[in-house]
Design a protein around this ligand. Structure first.
Ligand SMILES: Cc1ncc(COP(=O)(O)O)c(C=O)c1O
Length: 367
């Protein structure tokens, strides 16, 4: 069987989750997220955030696309759009789920390698929008969306988000941080951004379970920092099909993830495995599309090497760089072609898999 570095949701779930689902199987408990496990999970998340009683509103839903479209359609006015990097998940990988709710995804320039937006670009965009004497002819920019970690595995620091927040506050728009990979983002570089800081930095964020050891599930956290978006969210959640009758499935999972630091331990494991792979590839002088510290690696690889590795491993083709991009990455035009592939580690990745990958790399490099 080939070993997969295709993504961080190839495996089932953390054994602790399976065990707790099984242990509670015959309990008869309330539905629709009002069960004791969902309430316990919410208390644990609130405590970890350092939130005051009733300060935040927390809800659970099944998937990332669903969380994004429900949050965005709940927060935005009918005439508003959401700003995103062109590489943002809502802009590229959600089959126009946001647009299907009636809200345009408005592209904001971002660095092509890191996929990150910045405060300056946001300020320039909003300034230009409001300089138009007839701004109402295009959608009102009502929200800024970014994911952390990004789709390119890069991270936002508290300082970067704080600069984005200052611009957002000036123009009175909300900030939504998609945390499908929040665990690996927060644990990659200690001191860069803490869980508790999110209370003051963003208006709403998600805590991804699906890509961090849950069978499925995302927590949605309204910080109510400035706006009371958490109010009446259960109506939107229900209307958009995101409220599970068997809410226990999500409650039990998040209660388990936020017991004994399991959520962050699982993420640290994924990051540690990525570090091993990154170090091994760097020792082999492999070029990276972008420098990451999280569990996603994007590397340049010769197509022949890629084909050989695909005999034993699964990973994703990401893109084929242009000549200009290759020269920006320090690879001047040569006879050698390159592709960019994505390698992802997870809570379940084994150290031996990394060693096998690097050994096969050496076997093929020495052919
Ligand atoms: C940043 C981000 N947001 C949202 C999603 C969507 O999640 P789902 O596939 O559960 O709908 C993904 C999935 O890859 C993602 O990477």
């Amino acid at each position: 069987m080939r070993i997969s570095f295709a993504n961080d949701y190839s495996e089932g779930c953390l054994p602790e989750i399976l065990e707790n689902l099984s242990k509670t199987n015959f309990e008869q408990i309330s539905g629709y997220g009002l069960d004791s496990y969902s309430k316990s999970a919410i208390s644990k998340i609130e405590e970890l955030l350092g939130a005051e009683p009733d300060q935040v509103d927390i809800h659970f839903t099944v998937g990332g696309t669903q969380a994004n479209l429900i949050v965005i359609s709940h927060v935005l006015k009918p005439y508003s759009g959401v700003l995103s990097a062109p590489q943002g998940h809502i802009a590229t990988h959600e089959s126009a789920a946001i647009e299907a709710t009636g809200h345009k995804v408005i592209m904001l320039d971002a660095d092509p390698y890191s996929g990150k937006i910045d405060a300056q670009t946001l300020a320039a965009f909003l300034n230009e929008y409001w300089a138009n004497p007839e701004p109402e002819h295009s959608p009102f920019p009502g929200m800024i969306y970014f994911s952390n970690a990004t789709e390119y595995g890069t991270l936002y620091s508290a300082e970067e988000i704080s600069a984005i927040r200052d611009v957002a506050d000036k123009y009175d728009i909300s900030i939504f941080m998609d945390g499908a990979r929040l665990g690996t983002a927060l644990t990659a570089e200690p001191g860069v951004l803490s869980f508790g800081q999110l209370l003051d930095l963003v208006d709403v964020f998600t805590i991804g379970g699906t890509k961090n050891g849950a069978l499925s599930g995302e927590a949605i956290v309204f910080t109510n920092r400035k706006y009371n978006y958490g109010n009446r969210f259960r109506w939107t959640l229900k209307q958009r099909g995101g409220m599970l009758a068997k809410g226990r499935l999500l409650g039990i999972q998040f209660d388990t993830l936020f017991t004994d630091d399991l959520y962050f331990r699982a993420a640290k494991h994924a990051n540690r495995m990525a570090d091993l792979l990154r170090t091994g590839l760097k020792q082999r002088n492999v070029k990276f599309w972008t420098e990451t510290k999280t569990n996603q690696l994007f590397i340049l690889i010769a197509p022949e090497m890629k084909q050989m590795l695909l005999q034993d491993f699964i990973f994703l083709d990401w893109l084929i760089p242009t000549e200009q991009q290759l020269s920006e990455l320090g690879l001047e035009k040569s006879d050698q072609e390159y592709h960019v592939i994505r390698l992802v580690t997870s809570w379940a990745t084994q150290k031996e898999w990394i060693e096998q990958f690097l050994n096969r790399w050496d076997d093929f490099a020495n052919l």
